[in-house]
Design a protein around this ligand. Structure first.
Ligand code: P6P
Length: 339
């Protein structure tokens, strides 16, 4: 049996990959680990206590805020503020970026962007949900409050990114730019343990993840790709299969392990798609590229997009390289204008 390596040990061990690391990023990652444990505990008893259902408040996205959304948002913000490594946070649950006012935080050099609980509408039906986070070095002067520019950096400037998937088991998967590693939570010892070292997405796969209920509103190229998957039996005679949970982190995690593509295109009703660039598409794009896959908006590499607004949306195509090449062939052959 291989020796038990905990997330904490791994973070410190990998800290030495960064010769100038002073332990601040390690401390920041440890605060995310703590918040993930707290949120995991609440999700695992969601059916038993009055914490599911809606707060009756809509978030900035106009989506009904679930109680666990608000709980997760507060716990991650508190954990990040407490460790003095972060000067501000952008959250899906907050209209504006949160500036931490303590002096220690003002002197911090990182900002964090997050979706504290993605897919939360699935909680009441016991479907996996997730937290998505990304970390940037601030560009504004240390000692001053963070500015919009700190949060509107392109994805290729990310220092670290990851997600927590609260599923049949709870896992934390992250990258600091040196590959992707997955840690499974062992509740009996309250510890995330290394279970998936150096994760890579298969170059090919058979799984396509898309909400086909939007089919008539998709661009022509997306429609053609869906038909290709349904009608084309590859040489290995293993047909494509449609898998869509309605929870980005869960769909992404399965595709990362088995190979596949996740597509959330623009539609006639949502010309920019639904997913948010800063705290959903960018972190997932960083992870998939570190795992050997690709992520675009249908034309441009997600990590090269220049953000303009905190909550802006972009179309997302992400997954196995060979499958992404086929997707792009259809998108190029049938330009966006053909719905
Ligand atoms: P639809 C959840 O709201 C989310 O942001 C992702 O987690 C998920 O993949 C997608 O939206 C589901 O959207 O329109 O298919 O219900």
């Amino acid at each position: 049996m291989s020796e038990l390596r905990t997330l904490g040990e791994f973070i410190v061990e990998k800290q030495h990959d960064f010769p100038h690391a002073s332990g601040e990023l390690s401390s920041l990652l440890a605060s995310i680990r703590l918040a993930a444990k707290i949120v995991n505990r609440e999700i695992n008893k969601a059916g038993l206590v009055d914490i599911t259902g809606s707060t009756g408040v809509d978030n900035v996205q106009g989506e009904e805020q679930q109680k666990l959304d608000a709980f997760a948002n507060e716990k991650f913000k508190a954990a990040l503020e407490a460790r003095d490594q972060v000067c501000g946070v952008c959250s899906e649950e907050e209209d504006e970026a949160i500036v931490f006012s303590k002096e220690l935080n003002r002197n911090a050099k990182y900002v964090v962007l997050m979706d504290p609980l993605d897919g939360s509408s699935n909680i009441d039906v016991n479907v996996s949900v997730g937290t998505i986070f990304t970390i940037y070095r601030r560009v504004s002067p240390v000692g001053s409050p963070p500015t919009q520019e700190d949060f509107l950096q392109p994805g290729n400037k990310q220092v670290a990114a990851g997600y927590v998937v609260y599923g049949s088991s709870t896992m934390l998967v992250y990258t600091t730019g040196n590959g992707v590693n997955g840690f499974t939570y062992d509740p009996s010892i309250g510890t995330f343990c290394l279970s998936h070292e150096n994760m890579t997405i298969p170059k090919d796969g058979k799984i396509y993840s898309i909400n086909e209920g939007n089919y008539i509103r998709f661009p022509q190229g997306v429609k053609k790709y869906i038909k290709y998957c349904q009608e084309n039996v590859p040489e290995d005679n293993r047909p494509y299969t449609s898998r869509y949970i309605g929870s980005l982190v869960a769909d992404f995690h399965r595709n990362l392990l088995k190979g596949g593509v996740y597509l959330y295109p623009s539609t006639q009703s949502h010309p920019q798609g639904k997913l948010r660039l800063l705290y959903e598409c960018n972190p997932m794009a960083f992870l998939i590229e570190q795992a050997g896959g690709q992520a675009t908006d249908g034309k441009t590499r997600i990590l090269d997009l220049k953000p303009t607004e905190l909550h802006q949306r972009v179309p997302l195509f992400i997954g196995s390289t060979n499958m992404m090449n086929t997707v792009h062939e259809f998108l190029e052959k049938y330009p966006d204008s053909d719905y």
